[in-house]
Design a protein around this ligand. Structure first.
Ligand SMILES: C[S@@+](CC[C@H](N)C(=O)[O-])C[C@H]1O[C@@H](n2cnc3c(N)ncnc32)[C@H](O)[C@@H]1O
Length: 190
């Protein structure tokens, strides 16, 4: 539960300006899926603008926190599911937008490309938000969350732009955020 506390009380607040920027990129009444939804904070901020939001996360504490919050706030258009992104299986366009924020860098090399390919099967618009460089604080956080090995390899390998290329996607828009280490890439299938 410490991870949920840390995320909801600290990280979500730090990331709020970036999430507001993402919201501007999502058309009204969209159906949205977020891979690695954490505490669900992005989908909660979006809930009034969109038709439906589905969050998937591998961490049951995050999923329980998000579903309890939706119940408490009587938000009916959001659902959170316990699922490993590697097992995501969809053969049709169920969503308008698929988002992954600060999750791609935590996944192994092969699964990252597979995930982006699957996201492009599920939705026309793919929004990826992730690190563009390494910094001391990020390294410490990645060590704490045990994602450091994948993060180092992700940075060495060329980061998001390389993965986007390898996943048969093209970048429609690259948005620099006020955070000097995190950017937003809006993509679609080649
Ligand atoms: C850094 S958090 C970001 C959460 C949220 N997207 C945000 O930006 O506030 C990364 C999230 O991805 C989830 N995650 C990591 N690997 C995953 C996987 N293979 N499948 C689903 N979720 C995963 C973690 O449990 C965590 O909640």
């Amino acid at each position: 539960m410490f991870d949920v506390w840390l995320k909801s009380k600290i990280t979500d607040k730090i990331l709020l300006p970036i999430k507001k920027e993402i919201i501007k990129q999502i058309p009204k009444n969209s159906k949205v899926i977020e891979i690695g939804s954490g505490t669900g904070s992005l989908l909660f901020l979006l809930s009034k603008k969109i038709k439906k939001g589905v969050g998937i996360d591998i961490n049951s504490s995050m999923v329980n926190f998000s579903n309890n919050k939706a119940k408490k706030l009587k938000i009916k258009n959001l659902k959170f599911k316990l699922l490993d992104a590697k097992k995501l299986n969809s053969s049709k366009k169920e969503y308008n937008v698929a988002i992954s924020m600060l999750t791609i860098h935590t996944i192994d090399k092969k699964s990252r490309t597979n995930l982006l390919r699957k996201m492009s099967i599920m939705a026309d618009k793919i929004i990826i938000v992730d690190y563009k460089k390494s910094k001391l604080l990020i390294n410490l956080e990645e060590m704490l969350t045990k994602h450091h090995r994948h993060f180092i390899e992700y940075i060495k390998n060329g980061g998001i732009t390389k993965i986007i290329n390898e996943s048969n996607l093209i970048i429609e828009k690259h948005i620099k955020t006020k955070n000097d280490a995190i950017d937003i890439w809006i993509c679609k299938k080649k």
